[in-house]
Design a protein around this ligand. Structure first.
Ligand code: GUN
Length: 289
């Protein structure tokens, strides 16, 4: 069987068109469009690309971002950053606040994340929002896992009782992904760097979500026939090519569905950030139509 490709780029484009129409309608109704502040501290090259892409995505669909966003020098103090977050928390035109990670070493990321108003935490990183998801009352959800759930939804497969194995236990992907899949009724295993026999876990998985950041960590031959593979890995090869954490060619011989890298999960992450900003806006204005 040939694998069907979960085309994140196409799905994201469709969702963004829907969001664009919704934003135009909401802006007309409320006299302002949703606002997203994107804060970058320092000059990390990858972060600069991500932030540029996020701001461009906002512009493309009618969210206001440039006006509230700032790029700060690497030596910015934690106190200054906390002051900026307090201003943005208090600004009624700002619905979402995102501080691009990683922040420079002298700044504590947890302190920054906890300083953001949970109602404006469109990354879904604040312990309040992670806790809401854990307690089965999701509010603002982490963008990458939320995007993976949208991709799984596209397959039409009922997730109840499926064996899901997540590779990687980070705060940004692995952990919230486990909570999402649990909420959707899957039986969830989280493998991480201390896991003894990764192959054994992968071999029984109906759904594999790979988010370890290690190219080729998940061997294609381990994948169960007709499994669904969501590859969150973005690894830069020496040849300039991007690859995921899963050996794509050999895995695709066995899977029912698989995401490509690039063009799978990546475009969905930013889309869910846009969607979260619209959700936060609606909640701030009490508009749940
Ligand atoms: N760094 C890597 N991914 C992310 C993300 O989704 N949000 C933020 N704020 N920083 C990141």
């Amino acid at each position: 069987m040939t694998a069907r490709i979960l085309d994140g780029k196409a799905i994201a484009a469709r969702l963004r068109l829907d969001l664009k129409a919704e934003i135009a309608r909401l802006a007309d109704k409320h006299g302002r469009a949703p606002g997203l502040a994107v804060i970058l501290v320092g000059e990390d090259a990858a972060s600069q690309v991500y932030v540029r892409n996020k701001k461009k995505a906002c512009l493309d669909i009618g969210l206001i971002s440039e006006e509230f966003s700032q790029t700060l020098p690497a030596q910015t103090s934690q106190q200054h950053l906390l002051g900026l977050i307090a201003e943005l928390n208090a600004n009624p035109k700002v619905d979402g606040i995102l501080v691009q990670m990683p922040v420079p070493e002298h700044i504590d990321p947890e302190t920054i994340i906890e300083a953001i108003d949970p109602g404006k935490d469109v990354d879904g990183f604040h312990p309040y929002n992670v806790g809401r998801l854990a307690a089965r009352m999701p509010a603002l959800r982490s963008c990458t896992p939320y995007g993976c759930m949208k991709l799984l939804e596209e397959t039409g497969v009922d997730l109840h009782g499926q064996e899901a194995v997540i590779v990687g236990a980070s705060n940004i992907v692995g952990r919230p992904m486990a909570l999402e899949l649990l909420l959707a009724g899957a039986t969830v295993t989280v493998a991480h760097k201390f896991t003894r026999n990764l192959q054994e876990h992968i071999e029984r998985a109906d759904i594999v979500v790979a988010a370890a950041g290690k190219p080729g960590l998940v061997r294609g031959e381990w994948i169960k026939k007709d499994a669904i593979v969501i590859d969150v890995g973005i690894n830069h090869g020496n040849d300039g090519k991007l690859t995921g954490d899963v050996e794509f060619e050999s895995a695709a011989q066995r899977t029912a569905w698989i995401t490509p890298v690039p063009g799978g999960v990546g475009p969905m992450t930013i889309t869910m950030l846009l969607s979260n900003t619209v959700q936060a806006f609606r909640e701030h204005l009490g508009d749940n139509q």
